[in-house]
Design a binder for this molecule. Structure first.
Ligand code: PMP
Length: 445
């Protein structure tokens, strides 16, 4: 640890040793693993309340990890917890038959998200993306999917490529080649993938002009959230929408992170760009596992008539539907997103000023309650800019210093800081105080 004040985490260390004997890597997701940055071990938590998380050693943190996004209402939001407990106590969990509440939820999603005319539920973002790409292929009768270096769309074989490749192995900037995110994928999957740099309308135009009739879908995060936070450049999403439409290519927005976070209408509502299909997960369930695939009625018709099967024992289970109905009611309250934006802007602006005053080569990028700090002297528009320009080691020192001062976010420079409706100006002020002290320490390095 480089930090000047080290938190006491002895019990996390002991629990990690025990866990690592019976759980590979000691954790149940690689995002919590040592190689993802949680070295020498992740914090083990007892639980959270609102904007705060507590670890097993009794340390309390202002939480900007927020479960990697789902806890948009903070930890244990009473309305969601009560709705779930009430439903499972009085009604049950899994029926393999529909309940009345499913259409109630679908109506809310359709009312909230501009492009969604019909919507199906599933359990995780990975599943929803898998269905979206399958549906796009069935609808267009084409095979290839365009996706972008630095993004992540879940862990299914077809898209588990080119999230964070070594750029010396990944081909030219303008036309990257697919690089598996790890071993274990069958040969040939990549034949159906076209990898492009993001924020580069010309690269997409070229591929559509030469191979447009082979391309089923363009799959993208409307804000890149899996290589830190990178915003779309002016006119880029408009150009993508226009080009995909002209080539009969299904535009899929993966709003797993941006959905119900950048506003009730997600990124598409914020930017006013309507994709053909959209995928939602994290923000939708207030911390419970639920995801959704929605879009144009004409495409969803293939699901309606059974041409494309969307199945799953646990889809639209009682917990998921009760949680999402309650979460969306909370998020639909008057002024909820205005306040989220106000608190987040205070944090973003405050951090920016602190870095400037400390003379650190750092800036904050984001929109509403989604942001990341970049330690870089150059602007970052895509994955390769991040690799070339961002100082990951300095980010790490920053993370350790903030953690030691009671502020928690993911140790990975390519992750995000999330803000919840439970974060108030008090938490932001505590965070900025920790940031002032940490920035002063970093400036002395
Ligand atoms: N898409 C995006 C943009 C994501 O960030 C993630 C998860 N971080 C996924 C898909 C996969 O979602 P899940 O972890 O629920 O399968």
């Amino acid at each position: 640890y480089f930090s000047t004040v080290t938190p006491r985490t002895a019990r996390s260390a002991a629990l990690f040793d025990t866990a690592a004997r019976v759980i590979p890597g000691g954790v149940n997701s690689t995002a919590r693993a040592q190689w993802a940055g949680w070295t020498p071990y992740p914090l083990f938590v007892t639980g959270g309340t609102g904007a705060w998380l507590q670890d097993v050693d009794g340390n309390r943190y202002v939480d900007y990890l927020l479960g990697l996004g789902p806890m948009i209402l903070g930890h244990r939001p009473p309305a969601v917890t009560d709705a779930v407990v009430e439903f499972i106590r009085n009604r049950g969990t899994v029926f393999a038959l529909p309940t009345e509440e499913e259409a109630v939820l679908a109506e809310k999603i359709i009312a909230a998200v501009p492009s969604v005319e019909q919507v199906r539920l599933c359990n995780t973002g990975t599943e929803a993306v898998l269905y979206a790409t399958r549906l796009a292929r069935a609808f267009t009768r084409r095979s290839k999917i365009v996706r972008f270096e630095g993004m992540y769309h879940g862990f299914s074989d077809a898209v588990y490529w080119s999230k964070h490749p070594r750029i010396d192995e990944a081909g030219p900037d303008h036309r990257p080649r697919p690089v598996a995110q790890g071993p274990g994928l069958p040969k040939g999957v990549e034949d159906n993938l076209i990898i492009l740099p993001w924020n580069d309308a010309e690269a997409l135009a070229e591929v559509l002009a030469t191979r447009g009739d082979e391309i089923a879908a363009v799959l993208m995060e409307p804000v890149m959230c899996n290589t830190g936070c990178i915003l779309p450049q002016a006119g880029y999403l408009e150009a993508v929408r226009d080009m995909t439409g002209r080539h009969g290519v299904v535009l899929i927005f993966d709003e797993v992170i941006t959905g119900f976070r950048l506003g009730l209408g997600g990124a598409q509502g914020r930017f006013g760009i309507l994709p053909d299909l959209s995928v939602f997960a994290k923000g939708l369930g207030g911390g419970f596992p639920v995801a959704a695939l929605g879009g144009r009625r004409e495409i969803m018709a293939l699901v309606a008539d059974g041409t494309v099967s969307m199945a799953g024992t646990y889809t639209a289970n009682g917990i998921a539907v009760a949680a999402a109905n309650a979460a969306l009611d909370e998020l639909s309250g008057a002024g909820v997103y205005d306040r989220l934006d106000e608190v987040s802007d205070r944090l973003r602006g405050g951090l920016g000023r602190i870095f400037e005053q400390a003379g650190l080569p750092a800036f904050v990028v984001g929109l509403g309650p989604l942001m990341q700090v970049w330690f870089s002297r150059e602007p970052i528009a895509n994955y390769r800019d991040a690799v070339r320009n961002a100082d990951q080691a300095l980010f790490r020192v920053w993370w350790e210093n903030m953690l030691a001062r009671g502020v928690l976010f993911h140790p990975g420079a390519y992750e995000n800081l999330f803000v919840s409706t439970a974060h108030g100006l008090d938490e932001v002020e505590l965070t900025l105080q920790a940031a002032r002290e940490s920035a002063a320490d970093l400036a002395r390095l």
